[in-house]
Design a protein around this ligand. Structure first.
Ligand SMILES: NC(=O)c1ccc[n+]([C@@H]2O[C@H](COP(=O)([O-])OP(=O)(O)OC[C@H]3O[C@@H](n4cnc5c(N)ncnc54)[C@H](O)[C@@H]3O)[C@@H](O)[C@H]2O)c1
Length: 269
């Protein structure tokens, strides 16, 4: 059902790899709500998922860009502005990857070159996407920028490895850039801290099924799905959230504020 919440809005959606991706669901909903946007992902991801199919469905184009490359981001924005015929009202940063996680290096034996990559891909790229948009003066007044985080930024989840530190950095960048963008452009910047979600990035974390089930039992509303996350992102891009900025917004069915649930007590008996 469409309420045209994003009618007339233009933007950039990163990170749609396959139909499980949070960004994929967001693109479909953004289209339903009347937005115009460009899809982008790392050049290597072009070969894997069906992003071209998604582009067809959304009547748009895909412009490959490695989010760690300022040059790629600049090119992405230049072309997008031309295709969309104007500046941006929203940007979704839906990007995460840790070579240490991927290659099974535990937190007490990190490869530091890979750690730099984790930070660059999963957090600093958020800064780069904002700094380039800022310098190119591409954000419209009252625009909205969203990144995706996980509660391992606040609490220790041993299996989440160096991604925990990357998420802490991502959330800090949202606050720091949110301040500047608020002052200069009335643009808001927030992160959404999402429940464990069965996607390529999520399932790549060791023990994913166990902590997915644990979170499901701990959350009074249960885990939030990728589709529900997409709905929240649409709301954050809409004009109904204009005064929300520099926040890390938990979208987790109540998990983050639950001490223990009855289901967990029963299980411990
Ligand atoms: N799945 C979960 O359990 C969960 C929970 C909380 C937060 N998140 C976050 O949500 C976001 C989206 O992940 P998802 O769960 O939809 O998984 P996903 O694997 O579908 O998406 C991750 C995306 O990052 C892209 N990417 C990786 N390196 C890149 C680079 N250098 N440049 C551009 N893009 C690059 C990938 O191609 C992929 O499309 C990530 O930030 C992730 O950490 C996921």
């Amino acid at each position: 059902m469409s309420n045209n919440l994003l009618a007339g809005k233009k933007g950039i959606i990163t990170g749609a790899l396959d139909e499980n991706s949070i960004a994929w669901k967001t693109a479909i909903k953004a289209k339903e709500q009347g937005a115009q946007f460009i899809l982008t992902n790392a050049p290597v991801a072009m070969r894997m998922g069906g992003i071209q199919e998604l582009a067809k469905e959304c009547n748009t184009e895909v412009i490959p860009a490695d989010a760690t490359s300022v040059e790629d981001i600049t090119n992405l924005y230049t072309q997008s502005k031309e295709i969309l015929g104007g500046n941006f009202d929203f940007i979704l940063h839906s990007i995460g990857m840790s070579p240490n996680v991927r290659k099974g290096k535990p937190y007490h034996d990190l490869n530091y070159d890979w750690l730099q990559k984790t930070y660059d891909i999963s957090a600093v790229s958020f800064h780069k996407m904002m700094q380039v948009a800022d310098k190119m003066e591409l954000m419209n007044e009252w625009g909205s920028i969203v990144g995706l985080s996980y509660i391992a930024a606040q609490r220790t989840y041993p299996f989440y490895n160096d991604m925990a530190d990357a998420k802490a950095l991502l959330e800090s960048i949202a606050r720091s850039y949110g301040y500047r963008f608020g002052k200069t452009k009335n643009v808001r910047v927030n992160t959404i801290s999402q429940s464990p979600t069965p996607t390529t990035a999520g399932s790549g974390i060791s023990g994913f099924d166990s902590f997915f089930n644990f979170a499901e039992k701990m959350s009074p509303l249960g885990n939030a799905t990728a589709e529900e996350c997409a709905n929240y992102i649409i709301m954050m891009f809409s004009d109904f959230t204009r005064m929300v900025t520099m926040q890390n917004l938990f979208h987790d069915g109540g998990y983050s504020f639950t001490g223990i649930s009855e289901e967990m007590i029963d299980q411990m008996k």
